[in-house]
Write a protein that binds this ligand. Structure first.
Ligand code: IPE
Ligand code: IPE
Ligand code: MG
Length: 247
């Protein structure tokens, strides 16, 4: 049973696998890179919509560790798009109060991109309406293995808490709502650790078509879910009666 609309809570952290750019382009007889370009427009719209709705953290999957296996011209097109977006988007993000974080292995990126990421992060560091984590050259397994290796190097015990603190999204709470567009129902190595209790929402819309109304549908579906975190419905009702603020 979900909560009535009057109590509806906006998810604090939304994570999105932005999938379907290639099919969007192919259906229009365009090169796949044109779909990725349209995907950047869709992301811009989504960021704005999240700011307007009071979402505090948005984490998006822009390029996976596995996406290097795509044709070279598509990979280089994606890298060029990133360079262009880094040069262009910062003023708008700052106007909207968006603080950027890039998450992923930077070692494999060109000097130009690596420098651009640092510059964009520094330029938006004091913005405080929305944290936007862009996962680029990211994989959930990479994240877990890297955190474990870090703890081993420091000689620290591996516990849930220490691993969590060593992972790439330790600066934000876990995602509440995990959206994947493009019709596939899989995680594709995104936020494996952090999504343990995220509500999953799969949309058939291709990412370039995912607009404000589609985001609102996903948020409304989230608001109808009951998040039990292992407890029973009766326990939740009891908790809510005892502490209406926390429910
Ligand atoms: C997602 O769209 C964007 C990236 C993986 C970079 P796709 O490019 O996977 O689009 P489809 O799934 O082929 O349609
Ligand atoms: C996941 O989409 C990666 C991104 C959206 C960046 P893919 O299109 O690469 O995933 P698979 O290959 O269909 O699992
Ligand atoms: Mg895809």
């Amino acid at each position: 049973m979900g909560k009535p609309a009057s109590e509806a809570v906006v998810p604090r952290h939304v994570a999105i696998v932005m999938d379907g750019n290639g099919r969007w382009a192919t259906r229009r007889f365009l090169p796949r890179v044109a779909g990725h370009k349209q995907g950047v427009e869709s992301l811009r719209r989504c960021v704005r919509a999240c700011v307007d709705r009071g979402v505090q953290v948005l984490t998006v999957f822009a390029f996976s560790s596995e996406n290097w296996n795509r044709p070279v011209e598509e990979v280089s097109g994606l890298m060029d798009l990133m360079v262009g977006a880094l040069a262009r988007e910062v003023p708008r993000l700052t106007r909207d109060g968006v603080k950027l974080h890039f998450v992923g292995e930077r070692g494999g990126l060109s000097e130009k991109i690596a420098a651009g990421l640092l510059k964009a992060e520094a330029a938006t560091a004091t913005n405080n309406r929305l944290v936007l984590n862009v996962c680029f050259n990211y994989g959930g397994r990479w994240d877990i293995a890297r955190a474990a290796a870090l703890l081993a190097t420091r000689g620290e015990a591996i516990t849930e808490a220490s691993l969590d603190a060593a992972m790439a999204l330790s600066h934000v709470p876990d995602p509440d709502l995990f959206i994947r567009t493009g019709g596939e129902q899989r995680l594709s190595n995104f936020l494996l650790w952090q999504s343990a209790y995220a509500e999953l929402f799969f949309s058939d819309k291709l990412w370039p078509e995912f607009d404000e109304a589609a985001l609102d549908d996903a948020i409304a579906a989230y608001q109808r879910r009951e998040r039990r975190f292992g407890q029973t419905s009766a326990q939740l009702a009891d908790n809510a009666r005892r502490d209406p603020q926390a429910a």
